[in-house]
Design a protein around this ligand. Structure first.
Ligand SMILES: [Zn+2]
Length: 282
């Protein structure tokens, strides 16, 4: 250490002596990946994207219009993540969006939330590694009765995801049409799924995705009674600050198997365009 100090002093003296004082003696390397400053706004417009499966299709699934619709290919999903990262989007959990609404907090000007309904196994096997690769986060809306089924997420899957970048929220116990249930069963679908996940993961569960996006006034009252702070529909545009009036009726934007790169761009940029239009009009 002492010898090194002497050496630096000698070299430094020589450099000063030569008159080339502009170069520092110890070169400081810039940080490899400096986090860019993220511009925040209270007037946000955040697309909350709704996925189901991220997988290749088997031959049999290929013949099913429903499966083709629910399934985004791994290559498309990766291209979508790449696009979001290249365009400078910040990835949020749905609870962060809900909290910003509730407490009037700002969110990044370019933000997106990725959600996955039903809890397909490929969310862990395919989507999760890609989320990690791109430094992205997501939210899984889990149907608790599906836990451990061969093609669905298991407890170990949920636990591993929930400690790294993926939050787990509720999609009821058995994915019924909530409008069709009598009061007691309705409440148990909502409360039990929340409690099962909270006990298993040790984390609060405060968000619900309506199965098949179906709800009515009675269902919304039950969702509030069951303790949820936000609930997510199917369809609608980006989440705007005005949605704080209806935190149990928040919009999401579907990403289908057939959503090509242009359509994806249009959907995910809809928040950016909306804010630009607002600025022009004001
Ligand atoms: Zn569902």
């Amino acid at each position: 250490m002492f010898m090194r100090a002497i050496w630096i002093w000698v070299v430094g003296f020589a450099l000063v002596g030569c008159g080339s004082t502009s170069e520092p003696l110890v070169k400081v390397e810039p940080l490899e990946d400096p986090t860019p400053e993220v511009a925040m706004t209270h007037d946000f417009a955040v697309p909350v994207l709704m996925y189901h499966r991220v997988s290749e299709l088997t031959e049999r699934e290929e013949r099913s219009p429903l499966m083709r619709d629910l399934t985004v290919s791994p290559a498309d999903f990766e291209a979508q993540l790449q696009f979001l990262r290249d365009e400078g989007f910040t990835f949020l959990h749905v609870t962060e969006v809900a909290e910003a609404l509730k407490f009037g907090k700002p969110l990044p000007e370019r933000a997106v939330a990725l959600t996955f309904d039903d809890g397909y196994k490929d969310n862990f096997e395919v989507a999760f590694p890609l989320l990690k690769k791109y430094g992205a986060k997501g939210t899984v809306f889990m149907v608790t009765n599906n836990l451990g089924r061969a093609d669905r997420l298991s407890w170990p899957n949920l636990i591993e995801m929930s400690v790294k970048a993926v939050e787990i929220q509720s999609h009821t116990v058995s994915h019924p049409d909530l409008r069709m249930l009598e009061d007691r069963r309705l409440l148990s679908e909502l409360v039990d799924s929340r409690q099962i996940l909270e006990r298993g993961l040790g984390k609060p569960v405060t968000s619900l995705a309506y199965p098949a996006g179906a709800f009515d006034d009675r269902v919304v009252v039950a969702v509030a009674e069951a303790g949820y702070l936000s609930a997510w529909k199917k369809g609608g545009g980006p989440v705007r600050p005005g949605d704080s009036e209806n935190p149990l009726l928040l919009p999401r934007i579907r990403v289908h198997g057939r959503t090509d790169a242009d359509k994806f761009r249009e959907r995910v940029m809809s928040g950016v365009y909306l804010r630009q239009m607002d600025k022009r009009d004001s």
